[in-house]
Ligand binder design. Sequence first.
Ligand SMILES: [Zn+2]
Length: 305
Amino acid sequence: MSERALALAVDIGGTQLRVALVDEAGRIVSRASAPSLAKAGPEANVAEIVALARKVGLAQARERVVAVGIGAPGPLDSETGTIIDIPTLVGWRDFPLREVIGAAFGLPAMLENDGVAAAFGEWVFGAGVGCRHLVYVTVSTGIGGGVIADGRIVHGRRGMAGHVGHISLASEGPRCSCGAIGCFEALAAGPAFAAAARSRGYPDAPAVVAAARRGEPAALEIVDREAEILGRGFASLAHLYSPERIVMGGGVAQGFDVLGPRIAASFARHAMAPFRDVAILAAANGDNAGLVGAAALAHQQNCRA
Ligand SMILES: [Zn+2]
């Protein structure tokens, strides 16, 4: 067996808990997942994470595991390692997750917003390799992301920078998970795309993407509308951060073959001229983006320690 160092990666999502052992090259050695316990509180979820770590073989690999990297939905304080709140899970307010997980495994631990962790993973091992300036946007149940600028993660106060889903794009529209009206997330995340699909008789977002691939006009209209909003949001992000690339991940990115060119066209309409050559790419780490990113952060932190 190889003697490469491993990180234990933990990805806490609104619907899934994922745990993996990941080597320094970003390769997933083993992984396991279970449904998030949305109503059971953080301690029950931590117990489930410990059980998943057993499944991925932590005990057998223990001598090679250097740290735990945790990605979780925000808002969270990555400086103190504390969850501020997770709107989709009950009872997490002000929960000291980094300390609790570190103690549960007897390992150094780091906590990062899941979007920031995925951004870091794409930068080090995915579609952002070789960039100094990168914006990553995940479009799934919500819109999250992270920013790499000048060759480092942009953290901001309490590590809360890069909540890209909550830039305000409209004064009217559906209410966002954050409580506001008109957020990028409320207008363009998976639920809004799926609602638009249903309004034209398609059961869900994947169905409308498939129909768009076949050239159905109603489906193309819905895809055009989704791409229009995504391009508008990406243009704002380009103006703010001047990235070389914008990388899109999350479930909605599974339709990137039809969405991508339309997002680029919308982006070109909304971006100022010097920004129009910014590349918009699909994420490379797919479903594993959060795990790979959290592990990469754990390996990096361990090297610095
Ligand atoms: Zn919002």
